[in-house]
Design a protein around this ligand. Structure first.
Ligand code: IPE
Ligand code: IPE
Ligand code: MG
Length: 255
């Protein structure tokens, strides 16, 4: 389904990111501010995620990646982890039909076979139903950790070398990237982190080598379409150099 880039209410900048990755942080603080249990923050976070997915489709973003559960989040109290797993199942059950209708292709980054059985089933259903969709790719990073992802890639490549299928000289950036969960996808252009923390928390360490980073103090459950637009607008005015130099119109290089 084609979605117009410009609509009546918002003006989307011309230079939009192809791939947006979001570290959805601040659910716990959002709940604490309201004297609510942390789980209620996660529930409100789920509503924010729904808004942002819709907004990305509206703005014609080809790939959206969200960090939903890290390999380090298992350190949290069992009750909170259980709730997050329950929310995931609920999200799939409630939203899958609409996501499918919007032609979204769901993809999971991370080892989801380590998740509770119910979650595995929900994920498999979502992957299977949306596999043939040609619209926005919606990557959900679940039980995801970038270091583990890199180690997994190194092991698989090491095995191929040992079996004599490739030689060490064949290993380059392109081959390596093919062993990551994001294989076949361009790296994120823009990484958004909510709740003000200035760190990457083991998120896409390989893939964000040259991503633009945008951090807001807004807590994830408060994040709106307007905030997303602010991030995109900021991105559209940035100058990306990838280590090189931008040759200006009159032929002068930047300092
Ligand atoms: C992000 O919110 C959601 C997950 C990590 C699953 P947090 O739960 O980290 O919220 P804060 O950082 O404690 O506020
Ligand atoms: C990052 O947030 C992980 C997710 C958003 C899923 P955390 O709240 O887990 O990160 P730290 O602990 O503040 O670095
Ligand atoms: Mg946090």
């Amino acid at each position: 389904m084609a979605v117009p880039r410009e609509n009546k209410t918002v003006k989307v900048p011309d230079k939009i990111p192809y791939h947006i990755a979001i570290i959805m942080d601040g659910n716990g603080r959002w709940a604490k501010k309201r004297l609510m249990p942390r789980t209620m923050g996660h529930r409100a976070g789920m509503a924010a995620l729904k808004r942002v997915v819709k907004a990305c489709v509206k703005f014609n973003i080809p790939i959206l990646t969200v960090y939903a559960f890290s390999t380090e989040n298992w350190k949290r109290p069992g009750e909170e982890v259980d709730y997050l797993m329950k929310l995931l199942v609920e999200f799939v059950n409630k939203e899958l039909a609409e996501l499918h209708e919007q032609n979204i292709r769901i993809n999971v980054l991370g080892d989801y076979l380590q998740l509770p059985f119910e979650c595995q089933m929900a994920i498999k259903k979502a992957l299977h139903l949306t596999a043939g969709n040609s619209g926005m790719i919606f990557n959900i990073a679940l039980n995801y950790g970038a270091r583990l992802e890199i180690i997994k890639a190194v092991r698989e490549i090491g095995r191929l070398v040992k079996e004599g299928k490739i030689s060490p000289e064949d290993i380059d950036e392109r081959l390596f990237a093919d062993f990551l969960f994001t294989r076949g996808m361009p790296d994120p252009d823009l990484v958004i982190r909510t709740a003000g923390e200035m760190r990457v928390s083991n998120f896409l360490l390989w893939q964000i080598a040259y991503s633009e980073i945008w951090i807001t103090d807004k807590l994830w459950p408060d994040f709106t379409e307007e905030d997303l637009l602010k991030a995109i607008d900021d991105y559209s005015r940035r100058e990306r150099r990838f280590g090189g130099l931008i040759i200006k119109e009159k032929g002068e290089e930047n300092a």
